[in-house]
Design a protein around this ligand. Structure first.
Ligand SMILES: Cc1cc2nc3c(=O)[nH]c(=O)nc-3n(C[C@H](O)[C@H](O)[C@H](O)COP(=O)(O)OP(=O)(O)OC[C@H]3O[C@@H](n4cnc5c(N)ncnc54)[C@H](O)[C@@H]3O)c2cc1C
Length: 403
């Protein structure tokens, strides 16, 4: 049987399984971007999560011994497509915070057998949420300047310092953190990556509110917090290699273009016509907007075709690479431009914050537009991605960024 035939067979059985198991009450719904938990979303979601976890479909490409599905990347894609076609969604990646996209793949690569056995199944099943303590008040783009100190105390490291912008820290069970383990070494050589439970006396969090109204991240304080030595990921003082890899996984997960675009009820062109009207030839009435909209649609198409081509060229073995920086930046551009255009074409209807003069979609869009400002910052800012592209892909000489 050819690979294509095998994949068609897998698609058929996946479609049947989804039709038989996706709870009716979840059809057409999506899990919010931040902060929602399985229990806050009710019985249907709990059932669906458990069913997906039972098949290893929370992390379809991970080995089955760690709770994954043992499947290929094309098969994983088929699962997402068939769940989406049935009007559903896979809640596990969102329920695990940074678990399936970043922590898990890095543990698979750098973890000991014991770490893989202890940490991966909880992520793959969607039961354990992870946050990442990387940024600090004085260490964002220049992450290597981090100052949180880890002192060796026998079986554990004792952590003191503070992190900032820690997504989901207040609702996570575990944290992956970069800490300074050698003050005398060069900046990047004295850093280690540790994993620690959030439910302990030495860890506290304080949510930060965003302009969009949500509160997706926190300040996180370590006051004599403990990380077991068994939870040092990678070698002591080699945390820089671990975190660089983790950040590549992060960028890779941010290349899709627009979360919003995947759940569109109508096309952007149709929405534009609804708000702006048509001319006598049935075209969008505003000629200038028409040109900018067409340019954006071409950019969005080119981006999605490029993502598709790179995936196909990798023949399903999707490896993260420096190219993720290019795709992260073009995904950011496509998403933010789309958001700006939508806001503009809605006119005064795109200025609502609350009240019944605005539709639910209009109010949601204003929040999405504000939230979208973060995309060019998180996962490494757009400027920092350009530095990586210039140095690691184009081979240009160093500018302001070292290493
Ligand atoms: C929604 C969101 C979620 C986040 N989640 C997390 C999380 O879970 N865990 C975590 O640890 N962090 C998280 N962050 C933090 C994020 O990684 C940092 O905000 C980011 O790395 C930028 O750091 P900074 O905010 O300190 O800005 P700075 O580093 O101070 O940068 C300020 C400006 O200077 C520019 N700049 C800085 N250095 C250079 C340079 N060398 N060349 C050119 N321009 C430069 C930047 O592009 C930016 O425009 C999150 C951020 C956001 C917005």
């Amino acid at each position: 049987m050819s690979q294509d035939q095998q994949l068609d067979g897998f698609r058929d059985s996946t479609r049947k399984w989804v039709a038989a198991n996706l709870p009716e009450g979840l059809k057409g719904k999506v899990l919010g971007m931040e902060g929602e938990t399985e229990t806050s979303l009710g019985a249907d979601l709990q059932t669906w999560r458990a069913l997906l976890a039972g098949k290893g479909w929370g992390a379809p490409t991970w080995p089955t011994q760690f709770g994954g599905g043992g499947l290929s990347h094309p098969e994983a894609k088929v699962i997402s497509q068939e769940i989406a076609k049935a009007g559903g969604f896979n809640p596990i990646p969102l329920l695990t915070g940074m678990g399936t996209t970043m922590v898990g793949p890095t543990v698979l690569e750098y973890g000991t057998d014991d770490q893989k056995e202890r940490h991966l199944p909880g992520i793959a099943s969607g039961e354990v949420r992870w946050c990442l303590g990387l940024s600090e008040p004085n260490a964002g783009s220049d992450l290597a300047s981090l100052a949180t100190k880890a002192t060796d105390e026998g079986d554990a490291f004792v952590l003191n310092g503070s992190k900032i912008w820690t997504s989901g820290a207040d609702i996570s069970q575990w944290c992956g953190a970069v800490v300074r383990t050698d003050n005398n070494a060069k900046k990047r050589d004295g850093i280690s990556f540790v994993m620690l439970p959030m439910a302990q006396e030495g860890v506290s969090t304080k949510p930060i509110k965003l302009i969009s109204g949500s509160s997706p991240f926190c300040e996180t304080f370590f006051d004599d917090a403990r990380a077991d030595k068994a939870d040092l990921l990678g070698d002591l003082n080699d945390g820089w290699s671990v975190v660089k890899r983790l950040l590549q996984h992060e960028r890779q997960s941010q290349t899709s273009g627009s979360r919003e675009a995947n759940t569109d009820k109508e096309t952007l062109a149709d929405t534009a016509k609804r708000y702006v009207g048509e001319d006598s030839e049935g075209r969008l009435a505003d000629a200038d907007l028409r040109v900018r909209l067409a340019n954006h649609l071409m950019d969005a198409k080119a981006h999605s075709l490029t993502v598709g081509r790179i995936t196909a060229e990798a023949r399903g073995n999707v490896e993260v690479s420096a190219a993720a920086s290019i795709l992260k930046n073009s995904a950011t551009d496509v998403t933010q431009t789309r958001s700006e255009l939508l806001l503009e074409l809605m006119g005064s209807q795109g200025l609502g914050w609350e009240g019944d003069k605005f539709s639910e979609d209009e109010l949601e869009h204003v929040r999405q537009w504000l939230w979208g400002k973060a995309i060019s910052i998180y996962g490494g800012s757009a400027e920092v991605q350009k530095n990586i592209i210039s140095k690691n892909i184009l081979g240009l000489p160093e500018t302001t960024q070292k290493g």
